[in-house]
Each structure stands twice: as structure tokens, then as C-alpha cells.
Design a binder for this molecule. Structure first.
Ligand code: HEM
Length: 477
């Protein structure tokens, strides 16, 4: 069966009966992916009953992302248990597009600007913590990867739920969410089973507890917004849209004329639906954002020339007052900071591929048809390290976005995927990264204590430095 499915594409000539390269799947190595991508534009591997086709070629990756008639996102089977099988990201076609349209209002510039104060506070609190951690460790390096996961979790929880969520809950979610990632270990298909006391089982329990907490916050938000409060977080914006839509329908039903129609009309969502949806946001953001943050601090510590320019630009946009809170107008005047962020996301793309599943036989090229039921994986990394689009792709070079032509290589820009399921937060992510690194550059000094494993890449759903990113932080005088 394996040989038949493999057809003409690259891949091992035989499969170890039944289990296939199970041990490699348990401990995926970044180098193995590089080798697999290099083996051909389409290649395959089979682990247990799963047949997996990898598309390394940029155009074939686009074809997968943009063939909703043949493929749907699949993550891993346990993902449906963890996020709820009715979670919106598993919807397809028209119902998915409609749901997504209802969420787009949460990421407009106007909405994004209302989240900035709460985010500024998260950064202030955690930057103090970074300095305290170094002090408590006697000025010695600490692996900051875990702290970066925590700051991102806090950032997400506060952006989603503002002050409706307690600091204890944020801390607990940040700690426990690691279990969700471990449960899903995106490439670790063989263990994606739902057996008590396994990683997936623990992950599911955590996910359920987080959703209960989120549902409580949704209820508190509805009560607060009904009392006329101003929106300060995502759930506020969403509930406000619901209230505006409801009021519009009621006025029209009452026969009123000249009623102003909201830009998007949405239905009312239950607390549980809100909790589930914001849990999908947390799931989508946590690993990718933590990966980007870790590399951002590591790379900038290694490149004082880049950090110096970024610092200068951020001070200047704040009119010389380094304590001035960040706003959207500033963001528009930070070309160098934006170039640094784009280059970071290109150089160390958090998401290296996105697993989809073929819902029917999928003729991906004239010579090869992905069999129905196979996992088909469009890859993002090869396009982002393509030496034709980005000369010297292994070099971190923000200049390519300023004086070079990197900006014009839109087809290679697969950091956020493509097509109907592309990242909902593709505008939000650079904004929060610019806010975080600009503020850090002005308030903190940090040093990377390189080890021989600092440039080795660990795949834990997304990419991280193998040594956990040893850093020391001090306050800038
Ligand atoms: C560095 C940070 C991030 C990266 C690199 C990233 C990347 C991605 C990628 C590659 C996909 C799959 C796209 C596809 O299948 O075509 C995705 C989907 C998604 N992302 Fe992000 N993401 C990031 C942060 C976030 C954040 C912060 C949020 C939410 C606040 C978010 C929300 C989503 C959602 C909801 C989806 C699924 C969309 C759908 O199925 O329609 N992401 N992201």
C-alpha cells in the first residue's frame, strides 16, 4: 500500500511494516525536515496508518493552501478533542468564511488601538520580572524560553479578556498551556490518542479548565458592557459588536427608519462559544508568538548594530521620551523596526509547515494525486529561505526589506500561511512585536550567553533554540 501511494514522488523506497519511522516522529529533528524538503518538491513518509505528503515547493504549497475543495486543516486528530469538534477553525467553506468575517472586526486598526494600554501594562510587569529573575539568579544567565512563553500567554489572556481574568488564572494558564502543546506535538501523530494519563489526556483536562475560566470572563464582560463600559480588550469589542447588531435588528423590527447599519452584523454568541473561540486564538498564538519572541531577543542581543538602530528609531518616534506609551501612529512611523520584525519572521519562521488532510483524491500535479485521507503538508520554511527570493537566506539582514526587494516577494511570504485559513492575526502580530521590542529596547539591556547549542533548532510545535535561550537582563539607566 505504501509503495502504491508513494507513486513517483520522493520518499523511502520501503516502510518498516506497520510502524514506519515511528521513533523519528517521536523526536522530530529540524535537520530531518531540511533533508526531507531537499529530497524533492513533493515527498512522502508513512508512520503507522498515516500517509504523509510534504510539499516543499512554494507553488505547490500555495496550491495546497488554496484548494479547499480537496483539503482541510487537520493539525492532529486530538486537536478536535482539545478545542471542541465544533470549534470554528474546523468549519469549512461558507460557514467558515462567515464565522471568520464576524471576527475580522476584532482586528481592525481601531479595535487594535484599544488593546494597546492593557498590552503596555503586561510588558511593564514582565520586563520588571525579567530583571528580577536575573538578579535572583545572581546575575547569571537563565533560560528565558519559559518566561517568553509566559509573557505571551499573559499578553494573549489580557488582550482577549482585559481585567476580567485574574493574575492567578493567567499564571496558571501560562504554566499549564505547555501541556496542551505537548499533547498536540503537531508532528507527533502516533501518540495523538485519548488515553488517561497520557500527554493528550493531560492536555485535554487543561484545555477544558481554561475554557471554563474563559467562559466566566465572557459572562463578566457581557455584564460590564451592558452597563455602558468602554471596550478595552477583544472580548469587549466582540460583545459590543453583538450589542450593536442586536440593537440594529430590534430597531428595524420596530419599523424604525434611518437606522445606521453596523459594518458587520453578527449573531449573539454564548459564553461557551466565546470561550471556545478565544481558546482557538490562544492555541493559534501561544507557540508561534513565544517562538518569535525567543528568537527576537536572542538575535537582537547578538546584533548590537541592529538593536542600536531600532532603539534610536523608537526613541525618536516617542519624541525623545522613552516612557511615552505606544500608539498606532507611532507604529506607522517605524520602518526599521518593521523590517527587523519581518526579517526575524523570515529568518526563524515560527510555523514551518501546516498539516492539512486530503478530503478526496487530490491531483496536486499532472503526475501525482495525493490519496484521499492522506495528510498533506504545505511547507512555509523552504519558501522563506529560498536563495532566489532572499539572497543569503541564512543571514539575518533587515536591510533586505529597506534597500532590497524582499517586500516584493509576496508569494514567498508564507509566514502566516495562505488561502481561506491564513492567520487571522497577520496584522496584529507585527504590531505586538513592534510594541514589545521597542519598549524593551528603551527600558532594558540584555545579553545572550551563547552556548554551542544556541543556533541548533529544536522543534516543539514551533522552532526554538535548543539551549532555551540563556539571557541576562538589566534595567537601562
Ligand atoms: C508569530 C506569530 C504567529 C504566526 C507565525 C502565525 C502563523 C499562522 C499560520 C501559519 C496559520 C495557518 C495558516 C494556513 O493554514 O494557511 C495560522 C492560523 C491562524 N492563526 Fe496565526 N500565527 C501567529 C500568531 C497568531 C495570533 C497572535 C493569533 C490570535 C490572536 C492567531 C490566530 C490564528 C487563527 C485563528 C488561525 C486559524 C485561522 C482559520 O482557520 O481560519 N495567530 N497562523
Amino acid at each position: 500500500m505504501y509503495i502504491k501511494r508513494k507513486g513517483s514522488i520522493a520518499g523511502p523506497p520501503f516502510k518498516i511494516p506497520f510502524m514506519g519511522p515511528f521513533l523519528q516522529a517521536l523526536h522530530p529533528k529540524f535537520e530531518s525536515y531540511l533533508a526531507q524538503w531537499a529530497s524533492g518538491p513533493l515527498s512522502c513518509v508513512s508512520v503507522f496508518h498515516k500517509f504523509v505528503v510534504l510539499a516543499s515547493d512554494r507553488d505547490l504549497a500555495h496550491k495546497v493552501f488554496k484548494s479547499p475543495g480537496h483539503v482541510k486543516p487537520c493539525i492532529v486528530p486530538i486537536a478536535e478533542d482539545i478545542m471542541g469538534s465544533r470549534a470554528w477553525i474546523f468549519l469549512q467553506g461558507k460557514s467558515h468564511a462567515e464565522y471568520r468575517r464576524g471576527l475580522a472586526g476584532l482586528f481592525t486598526p481601531k479595535a487594535l488601538s484599544t488593546y494597546l494600554p492593557v498590552q503596555e501594562k503586561v510588558y511593564s510587569d514582565y520586563f520588571d520580572k525579567f530583571v528580577d529573575i536575573t538578579q535572583a539568579n545572581g546575575g547569571n544567565p537563565t533560560q528565558f524560553m519559559g518566561c517568553f512563553r509566559e509573557i505571551n500567554c499573559a499578553l494573549s489572556c489580557r488582550t482577549f479578556f482585559g481585567d476580567y481574568i485574574s493574575q492567578e488564572a493567567v499564571k496558571k494558564i501560562a504554566n499549564d498551556f505547555y501541556l496542551v502543546t505537548a499533547a498536540l506535538e503537531l508532528v507527533n501523530i502516533p501518540l495523538s490518542m485519548y488515553i488517561p494519563f497520557t500527554k493528550p489526556w493531560l492536555g485535554k483536562r487543561t484545555a477544558d479548565a481554561v475554557q471554563v475560566e474563559f467562559a466566566k470572563c465572557a459572562a463578566a464582560c457581557k455584564a460590564n458592557m451592558a452597563s455602558g463600559a468602554k471596550p478595552t480588550c477583544i472580548v469587549d469589542q466582540w460583545v459590543l459588536h453583538m450589542m450593536d447588531s442586536k440593537s440594529y435588528y430590534e430597531q428595524v423590527a420596530a419599523g424604525e427608519t434611518n437606522v445606521t447599519k453596523p459594518t458587520s452584523l453578527i449573531r449573539e454568541f454564548t459564553n461557551l462559544e466565546i470561550a471556545q473561540t478565544l481558546f482557538t486564538f490562544l492555541f493559534a498564538s501561544q507557540d508561534a508568538s513565544s517562538s518569535a519572541t525567543t528568537w527576537l531577543f536572542q538575535v537582537l542581543a547578538q546584533r548590537p548594530d541592529v538593536l542600536g538602530r531600532l532603539r534610536e528609531e523608537n526613541l525618536s518616534v516617542r519624541g525623545g521620551d522613552r516612557n511615552r506609551p505606544f500608539d498606532l501612529n507611532m507604529y506607522e512611523s517605524l520602518p526599521y523596526t518593521n523590517a527587523v520584525i519581518k526579517e526575524l519572521l523570515r529568518h526563524r519562521p515560527p510555523v514551518i509547515f501546516v498539516p492539512y488532510i486530503a478530503t478526496k483524491n487530490f491531483p496536486i500535479t499532472p503526475n501525482y494525486t495525493v490519496p484521499k485521507g492522506a495528510i498533506v503538508v504545505p511547507s512555509c520554511y523552504p519558501a522563506l529561505h529560498d536563495p532566489v527570493a532572499y539572497p543569503n537566506p541564512e543571514v539575518f539582514d533587515p536591510e533586505r526589506w529597506i534597500t532590497g526587494d524582499a517586500e516584493s516577494k509576496t508569494k514567498n511570504w508564507l509566514v502566516f500561511g495562505a488561502g481561506a485559513h491564513d492567520c487571522l492575526a497577520r496584522k496584529y502580530v507585527p504590531l505586538i512585536m513592534a510594541h514589545m521590542i521597542g519598549k524593551a529596547a528603551l527600558e532594558l539591556d540584555w545579553k545572550h550567553h551563547a552556548t554551542e547549542r544556541s543556533e541548533e533548532i529544536r522543534v516543539f510545535a514551533t522552532l526554538f533554540p535548543m539551549d532555551g535561550c540563556p539571557l541576562t537582563f538589566t534595567e537601562r539607566s
